[in-house]
Design a protein around this ligand. Structure first.
Ligand code: ZN
Ligand code: MN
Length: 466
């Protein structure tokens, strides 16, 4: 049996830090990079008698996300205690949500080059992050045999959104594409920076395999706390290979937590207790249930901006799928749209947005006029540089039109051809790529003022002669 008959079954669980001003259950400031243990209080340090008060904005942000993922928004949601011991968890439990999360089942319509795939969303809920343990004795912070560890409680109590996706993803590529768009959705809602490098977005990846056409699921491997798109993709591919190998060899595939080692490109079993975790969840007695009023949900629904997946579908009609996907996942689509709205042809607008990003929205109109006029490359460069700094006037650039006059260009072109007989011969020998070099020479001779389109045409015409 070949691996072509197997498919991957992937589900993602994503954690994102919410961008609130203060923590989830106390009024400590959230400030990335603040000095250790300077953003703490009796509540987030679990002093006796301290009581949690939920952050209303975090609840609204979770509902916003739920609405963007077509989730059912709970009329009655409950916070629960998830009990476990770890030094970065001073209460001995995490406040999370278990049986009654804020957001119930939803779906994500994933645009792809071959149409659309529906990826289920199981739930999304709100919880608090643990503090940060810093293992001493080694630059990696993970050294074996260190004498002690330190805890920074600044992060403890940060509002954390958890999104649980259904095991509907079928390849590493599809899983990372889904995660990219889910991330962009979160960012566009303004509820999180969702920055993997800063740890404000983390993903747990569940992978199993099955034969095509097979129903049901085989045992899965879980890889926790991944913080790079590239490693997530590679870990899924490695898990797929190793599981197929094991199934084909008749070996047992054991459901467990695994670690991915990028040096060996293999997964190994994470050292852990063999028992299934039992967190003894129970409703948090210090908090009342959350019952979001219908008016609040409707107000938030009106705040949800166009979703990136919808934007890709819309732009793909103009541009094709791949350029639309690239524009949207790099956050450059509004620039292309602003230029297109001013009459710039879509493909040109997309190219400009990708290559000359950074201009202020208010300059789109002026830039569109300049782009469509036949100005010199230098004028164009200056216009785009100035457009990133402040408002520009199109008229300041429109007079600097490119040299397109044939009578002026032909003598320059003939001189360039005469000076480069080898390249001329190469071109006539069939290597037309050399044309770019000759165009470059003409542009140099004209201090960048020639119109490259006209130069291209004149050069090609003259090279074809004789
Ligand atoms: Zn606090
Ligand atoms: Mn969680």
């Amino acid at each position: 049996m070949s691996s072509a008959e197997w498919e991957a079954v992937v589900g993602l669980e994503v954690h994102a830090h919410l961008k609130t001003l203060t923590k989830m259950f106390c009024r400590c400031e959230l400030e990335y990079g603040a000095a250790e243990n300077t953003r703490t209080c009796p509540v987030c340090l679990a002093h006796p008698g301290a009581l949690p008060v939920p952050n209303g904005r975090a609840i609204e942000m979770t509902i916003l996300l739920g609405l963007a993922l077509d989730c059912e928004i709970a009329e009655h949601a409950v916070f629960d205690r998830k009990n476990y011991f770890y030094p970065d968890l001073p209460k001995g439990y995490q406040i999370s949500q278990y049986e009654a999360p804020l957001c119930g089942p939803g779906r994500f319509l994933l645009p792809t080059a071959d149409g659309e795939r529906e990826i289920g969303i199981v739930r999304a809920h709100l919880e608090e992050d643990a503090a940060k343990t810093v293992h001493s004795g080694g630059a990696t912070g993970r050294s074996v045999g260190a004498d002690y560890s330190l805890v920074d409680f600044n992060r403890g109590g940060t509002p954390l959104l958890e999104i649980v996706g259904a095991p509907d993803l079928r390849s590493a590529e599809e899983a990372t594409w889904f995660l990219r768009l889910l991330r962009q959705t979160i960012v566009d809602l303004g509820i999180s920076d969702a920055d993997m490098e800063k740890g404000t977005l983390r993903a747990d990846v569940n992978v199993s395999v099955r034969q095509r056409g097979e129903q049901g699921f085989r045992p899965r491997w879980e890889i926790k706390n991944m913080n790079s798109f590239r490693f997530i993709g590679r870990a899924i591919e490695a898990a797929f290979r190793q599981q197929v190998e094991a199934h084909e060899a008749g070996e047992e595939v054991v459901q467990s937590t695994y670690d991915y080692d990028d040096h060996t490109d293999r997964l190994t079993v994470h050292r852990s207790k063999e028992e299934a975790d039992d967190y003894r969840y129970f409703p948090e007695p210090d908090l009342v249930p959350v019952e979001p009023p219908a008016e609040l949900v409707e107000r938030l629904r009106a705040e949800v901006p166009e979703r990136p997946a919808d934007r890709i579908r819309r732009l793909a009609d103009e541009l094709g799928f791949a350029p639309a996907a690239e524009l949207v996942t790099t956050g450059n689509e509004w620039k292309a749209e602003a230029l297109a709205a001013e009459g710039v042809e879509w493909k040109a607008a997309a190219a400009i947005a990708m290559n000359r990003g950074g201009f202020l929205p208010e300059n789109a109109g002026a830039l569109a006029r300049i782009v469509q006029a036949n100005v010199t490359r230098e004028a164009l460069d200056e216009a785009f540089a100035a457009a990133a700094e402040g408002p520009i006037e199109a008229d300041d650039y429109l007079a600097r039109t490119a040299l397109g006059d044939e009578d002026e260009l032909v003598p320059v072109i003939d001189a360039v051809l005469a000076a480069h007989p080898e390249q001329v011969e190469t071109y006539r020998g069939g290597k037309e790529g050399v044309l770019g070099f000759l165009v470059g020479q003409v542009m140099r001779e004209t201090q960048g003022n020639a119109d490259p389109k006209v130069v291209n045409r004149l050069l090609a015409e003259r090279l074809r002669r004789e």
